[in-house]
Design a binder for this molecule. Structure first.
Ligand code: ADP
Ligand code: ZN
Length: 625
């Protein structure tokens, strides 16, 4: 497929032509076009794009446009396999070289490479740096080197892989071959280290915005996590693929069981499961439609399933970086998706305890606490969540409100909370700073429990001074005071809340306190807006439901027969496009994004027949909206 540079055709035109014929896409996204032009012309570069930003095309297209084979270094075996399946499906000559191949299979791939029969070859980093592989590459015609997940070379990063260090040899041995490094990790230090290690210090950096506009951010007060999660999935994402993150293995198991009992297809994934069970569960998630995986954070790295419709957190992640990476696994295909988190005071207390009890150095603990505080601030903000996230990563969005987070869609009420805060802080003070949230609230609302009486707290002046709020409201106020840093979990006595230095100013009335109102109704507000139709999250309903169901069933069947993930056959966006446009001819079908020449050739007639049959059965109306 690779063709020699042709002086008469402009790179941009050729790139668009291949984008259209091979990938079936009408145009580039964001920085893709600049990158493709630069690399096709032989330039080196570093590309920073968020997950789902479209990094793959940045090297796949130049590899097709340049002479020779593009070598892609990728650390993730499952990802290589799925990428190659997708490319092969689109008619590209692609292969992998990694430890999963037998000797004979590897020989065959090497033969094809030397024969000039490959457009793209995915190679594991530890394999690439072997003398044998380097010698092989020297005999081959190489179009470019793409180093995916390039942050893995950084010792400062969160995902250092020693085998990546050796990749500096690429620049030394193949100085004339263009190198493109790609990553979704943005910080300055990591960027610098990538450039140094991969010989890219003089190369331009293409940095895309980290915004993921199709992801809706929602953070709700946790009162009964599993029940809230069930309601969220049933009402907002029935039948959708999603990932639920929990902190512990036990909680993963319990949550998966609870969802299953509620009729949701949910499977667990954590390091304690046998390897065969783990890989079977991962394969089901990738290959089948609508599976919910309940997992510890270990899950997700290296899975580039495009149609994950939601990521839910039942426990607080450790930092905004972790939150953004995990939620970023939703909606790679650009379709509406939700990042949902239930969060409560116990989450802060639990994470603080984990930090306090960790064996790390003091400096490390301080950084961990700062990172946790930043995440808590995100959870507590009354402002736009996306704006806060992006500003954390150094971007300044033009708009004050994104219009696609819970706070923008249903702004929380913010009230003067001075008196409330004073009552709470004095209650903690008068009870000796030795009690947790539950006990403090009992005292405030005047509930004479055994424990309250045992300590004589029903005799205190603060007993019953807080009857104006209910328990839920007190809980929310308490959590916010902890988030603001006026109350802190005691590192010695688990669960106990102590006053901090800054509490003094609040008690004296010098520090203004704004509290956001209890937001338990947020979810409902967003749902009802969705029902009105202005914020429909499931565009599927816009098409023909019957046709859509048939298309999905057909896709599952093909995927099963061919042993590839369903999205490799056709993406959700493509299926939805077909269902709503109902093309009647091959030409019309070809105009749906995601239908390239090969897909048209393979599936065109079958798809048209399906559309005709669905039309004949007489159900053309959108039914479930
Ligand atoms: P990344 O590697 O940056 O996470 P991918 O390269 O996997 O992202 O692309 C994410 C999704 O976006 C894929 O489903 C891909 O088909 C889609 N995509 C990429 N570029 C375009 C484009 N120009 N137009 C439409 N869809 C695109
Ligand atoms: Zn917003």
């Amino acid at each position: 497929m690779a063709s020699a540079p042709n002086a008469t055709t402009d790179t941009a035109d050729r790139a668009l032509a291949v984008l259209h014929s091979v990938f079936g896409l009408p145009g580039f996204r964001g920085a893709q076009e600049k990158v493709v032009r630069h690399v096709t012309a032989g330039g080196n570069c570093l590309v920073l794009m968020p997950t789902g930003g479209g990094k793959s095309l940045c090297y796949q297209l130049p590899a097709l446009l340049r002479k020779g084979c593009g070598i892609v270094v990728s650390p993730l075996i499952a990802l290589m396999r799925d990428q190659v399946a997708g490319l092969t499906e689109a008619g590209v000559n692609a292969a992998v070289l990694n430890s999963t191949l037998s000797r004979e299979e590897a020989d065959e791939v090497e033969r094809r490479l030397i024969a000039g029969d490959l457009d793209l070859l995915y190679v594991a980093p530890e394999r690439l740096v072997t003398p044998r592989c380097l010698a092989l590459l020297e005999r081959a015609d190489i179009a470019l080197f793409a180093i995916d997940e390039a942050h893995c070379v950084s010792q400062w990063g969160h995902d250092f892989r020693p085998e990546y260090i050796g990749l500096s040899i690429i620049a030394e041995r193949f100085p004339e071959v263009p190198r493109i490094a790609l990553t979704a990790t943005a910080d300055e230090l990591t960027r610098k280290e990538i450039a140094e290690r991969l010989g890219l210090t003089d190369a331009p950096q293409f940095v895309a915005s980290f915004d993921r506009p199709n992801i809706r951010y929602e953070i709700v007060d946790k009162n009964n996590g599993p029940a809230q999660l069930k309601a969220f999935i049933k009402e907002r994402h029935p039948g959708d693929a999603g990932v639920v993150y929990c902190l512990s293995r036990a909680k993963v198991e319990d949550t998966a069981a609870a969802l299953t009992e509620a009729g949701i297809t949910a499977i667990p994934y954590h390091a304690g499961l046998e390897a065969s069970v783990r890989s079977r569960n991962q394969d089901r998630f990738i290959n089948e439609d609508g599976i919910v995986v309940v997992a510890t954070v270990a899950f997700g790295m290296g899975i580039d399933k495009p149609d994950v419709r939601f990521v839910a957190h039942l426990d607080l992640p450790k930092s905004i970086e972790a939150y953004y990476q995990e939620t970023g696994r939703a909606g790679r295909d650009g379709k509406p998706s939700t990042a949902w988190m239930a969060y409560g005071l116990s989450d802060i207390v639990q994470q603080r305890r984990m930090i306090d009890e960790s064996t790390g150095a003091e400096a490390f603990k301080r950084v961990s606490i700062r990172k946790l505080d930043a995440l808590v601030a995100l959870a507590e903000t009354a402002g736009c969540r996306r704006r806060l996230l992006l500003s954390y990563f150094g971007e300044t969005p033009a708009d004050e409100k994104c219009g696609n987070c819970d706070n923008c869609l249903s702004p929380p009420q913010v009230r003067d909370g001075k008196v409330i805060a004073q009552k709470l802080l004095s209650c903690a003070y008068r009870t000796g700073q030795r009690f947790g949230a539950m006990h403090l609230i009992d005292v405030l609302v005047g509930r004479a429990t055994e424990r309250v009486k045992q300590f004589g707290h029903d005799q205190l002046s603060v007993f019953g001074v807080g009857r104006e709020l209910n328990e839920k409201q007190w809980r929310a106020a308490l959590r916010q005071l902890v988030a603001m840093g006026h109350l802190a979990p005691d590192s010695e006595a688990y669960g106990a809340l102590k006053l901090t230095e800054s509490a003094r100013g609040v008690l004296k009335g010098e520090t203004p306190i704004l509290l956001r109102e209890q937001t338990a109704s947020t979810g409902r507000a967003i749902r009802s807006k969705s029902r009105r139709g202005d914020l429909v999250q499931r565009p599927a309903a816009a098409g023909d439901a019957t046709l859509l169901a048939r298309l999905r069933a057909w896709r599952s069947e093909i995927a099963r027969k061919r042993g590839v993930p369903a999205y490799v056959v056709l993406h959700d966006a493509t299926i939805d496009g077909i269902a709503s446009a109902r093309p009647a001819t091959l030409g019309q079908l070809r105009d749906i994004p995601g239908i390239g020449d090969k897909k048209l050739e393979h599936y065109g007639d079958e798809l048209l027949a399906l559309i005709t049959a669905a039309g004949a059965s007489g159900s053309g109306s959108p039914s479930d909206s």
